[in-house]
Structure formats: structure tokens, C-alpha cells
Design a protein around this ligand. Structure first.
Ligand code: F6P
Length: 365
């Protein structure tokens, strides 16, 4: 049975580990003895793009778009961030340039029996559409935003939260020395998980998330409440997708990707300026941007990559196609892809957010 593995969407630490464990589990000689099926694993370069662009009849094209995977090739991969298979935001079902027929034809010509798609809502959305057209797909959740429904965890989130925490630790010394306000912008597009967890773990004074539009006057009021106390600086963590009361999100430019997304970013600068204008407090901003997706995976991401990778192969053996590996209440299970792509998992404001203090709640139970 020929399994193809691919990574799509934004990269993150943990992807290489998932590829490694799909490969190792599929090719494990001990397990092979007990199975009635023998596997072969190929990596697809650059997500769905590789499968759309490959010419199965041309050996040079196959060499460019496909990568043979075995235990030797993937042995050290789990230690490294990014994805050694490359990634793209290619949408073969883009109505403006539908290449899904070519995709399905290539899958058949290459003799691919099952596809493991490692990605977020967009990549898994394609996996779901393919499944509906008779292709055997399974999904592994990844996105530093941790906003995929039907799973408590998506690869990359833990490493990103650790990076946010480390960077804020660094900012504290310079913020304190100068007595400044620092507005720190995290990624997160539609969901505030990165800002909330990064802000809580670093002890930020305020956390602003997309799920609760904020009022700049309230932000200034909260900063001024600290005046006169022995506090030299304040850290405000703000999600890139945050909305201000009566204002829309901030976009970097007009570009739209294959899935219809625009690039967010830049709200931190606006907020820092407004604070300085309205309160006179000296303010600076930092946009953490792609640093949050860089570097080596945390121990947690390596562990989850291993578990998700192993489970994806279990799912293929059990013929649980059209489904995604999921962490639910601490257990690894699987859920229909349909449940994952219909809606995002946003921060439940009533449960986790204090709308008065603009921070995580101080009551948990
Ligand atoms: O979806 C993951 C994510 O990191 C978002 O948080 C962010 O808005 C987006 O990707 C950035 O995408 P790109 O790498 O294409 O700039």
C-alpha cells in the first residue's frame, strides 16, 4: 500500500516529527509481520502543489515533487522545526483556478492508496473534498493558532506559546529600564489562543483577543490605574486579528491567498501610538510575526507529533478514512474531517476571559 504524506499551510515546529512517525510506523518491521499489508511511504513536496504539478510520466518531475521516505531518511527529522517536505497554500479546489481533476488524476497515476495530510483548516478542507470524491485521506492537525475544531491540540501551538513567553521575558528588562509600555503582537488570525496563553504564561498586564472587541479608552484607563504604584512598565499582548470597537481588523496589504485569506498584522503599532497620544505614557511595540513559527519543536510538540503520526497509520490500517487524528480530553482519538472544517475553535470569552480587566479570568472553577 502506497501512502503519501504532505504538509500544507503555514509551517510550524512538529511537522517533521509527524512525518517521521508516519514513516517509521508504516515501515516498522515488527508491526509489518502482524499486518496483512506492506507499506511504502512517499513524501509530497510543497503540500497540494506537489501533487497538482507533478507529471507522473516524467522521472525528472517525479524527482522534483516527490521524496522517497524510509527510516534512514527521517531518522533525525523530529529534532527540527519547519517542514523538510516544504509547504504551500495551494488550493486545488480554488473556484478561480480549479485543478482538482488534475490532482485526482495524478493521485491515481502515482498509485497512491492513501494520503496523510498534515495541516490546518485549509489543507484539511482539501483532504475532506478529496475523500468525498473517493480518495482515502486522513488528517493530522497542525496550526500554531490552535483553532481547529474537534481537537484540543494542534501541532506547533506549544512551541509558539513558549517563544512568546521567552520574548516577553526579554522585553521586560528593556521595558523596565526605560519605564515603557510594550505592545506585543502575536499571530492567531481569527482566534486568541496564542495571545491568551502567551499573555497568561508570561504574566502580561493586558491581553487583547479577536473574540472580544476592545475599547482603546478602557486600555488607557487600565494603564492609568497603575500610575503611582511601584510598577515601572506594562506589557500588553495583542492578537493580530483583534478588533477594536467600531473598527475592522488591520491588514498588511491587499493580497489574498488561494484560500481567500488576507495577511493580518500591524495593529500593535496603532495601539502603541494611541496609548502614547491619549496617556502620555511612552509606548513601543513588537510584532513577533514568523518568529513564533520558527526554531526547534518543544518536547510537547515532539511528543504530540509522534502520537499523531502513529495514530494516522493506525487509522489507515483500520480504514478510518475521511477523518483526522484528535486529542480529546487527554486521549488520542479520531473525528470526521467534516467536523473540523465547518467552524473554528475560538476562545470562549465567558469561560476564559475577563472582559473588565482585559486578561485571562481569575476564577477558574
Ligand atoms: O495560520 C497560521 C498563521 O501562522 C496565522 O497565525 C497567520 O496569520 C498566518 O499563518 C501567516 O501566514 P503566512 O506565513 O502566509 O504569512
Amino acid at each position: 500500500m502506497r501512502i503519501a504524506v504532505l504538509t500544507g499551510g503555514g509551517d510550524c515546529p512538529g511537522l517533521n516529527g509527524a512525518i517521521k512517525w508516519v514513516t517509521k510506523t508504516a515501515l516498522d518491521p515488527q508491526l509489518e509481520e502482524k499486518r496483512s499489508v506492506k507499506f511504502e511511504v512517499i513524501g509530497i513536496m510543497n503540500g497540494w502543489q506537489g501533487l497538482v504539478e507533478v507529471d507522473p510520466d516524467d522521472p525528472e518531475s517525479r524527482a522534483r515533487h516527490l521524496k522517497h521516505l524510509d527510516e534512514e531518511v527521517v531518522r533525525t527529522w523530529d529534532r527540527f522545526g519547519g517542514t523538510n517536505l516544504g509547504t504551500s497554500r495551494t488550493n486545488p479546489f480554488n473556484p478561480k483556478n480549479d485543478r482538482s481533476e488534475k490532482l485526482i488524476e495524478n493521485i491515481k497515476k502515482l498509485g497512491i492508496d492513501a494520503i496523510v495530510a498534515i495541516g490546518g483548516e485549509d489543507t484539511l478542507g482539501v483532504a475532506h473534498k478529496l475523500y468525498r470524491q473517493g480518495i482515502k485521506t486522513v488528517g493530522i492537525p497542525k496550526t500554531i493558532d490552535n483553532d481547529l475544531s474537534a481537537t484540543d491540540y494542534s501541532l506547533g501551538f506549544d512551541t509558539a506559546v513558549s517563544i512568546i513567553t521567552e520574548e516577553i521575558d526579554r522585553l521586560r528588562t528593556t521595558a523596565g529600564s526605560h519605564g515603557r509600555i510594550f505592545v506585543v503582537e502575536t499571530m492567531g488570525r481569527h482566534a486568541g489562543w496564542l495571545a491568551l496563553h502567551g499573555g497568561e504564561s508570561s504574566g502580561a498586564y493586558m491581553i487583547l483577543i479577536p473574540e472580544h472587541p476592545f475599547d482603546i479608552n478602557r486600555v488607557c484607563e487600565l494603564l492609568q490605574e497603575r500610575e503611582g504604584r511601584e510598577i515601572r512598565y506594562s506589557i500588553i499582548v495583542i492578537s493580530e486579528g483583534v478588533k477594536m470597537v467600531d473598527m475592522k481588523e488591520f491588514y498588511k496589504d491587499e493580497k489574498v491567498d488561494d484560500f481567500g485569506h488576507r495577511s493580518l498584522g500591524g495593529i500593535a503599532m496603532y495601539v502603541a501610538d494611541e496609548i502614547e497620544k491619549k496617556t502620555g505614557l511612552e509606548s513601543r511595540y513588537v510584532i513577533l510575526s514568523h518568529l513564533q513559527r520558527g526554531g526547534t519543536p518543544s518536547a510537547h510538540d515532539r511528543l504530540m507529533a509522534r502520537r499523531f503520526g502513529i495514530s494516522a497509520v493506525d487509522m489507515i490500517i483500520n480504514e478510518d478514512f475521511g477523518r483526522m487524528v484528535s486529542l480529546t480530553h487527554g486521549n488520542i482519538t479520531s473525528v470526521p474531517l467534516k467536523e473540523v472544517i465547518d467552524k473554528l475553535k475560538l476562545v470562549d470569552v465567558d469561560k476564559y476571559y475577563d472582559v473588565e480587566r482585559y486578561n485571562g479570568r481569575r476564577t477558574i472553577l
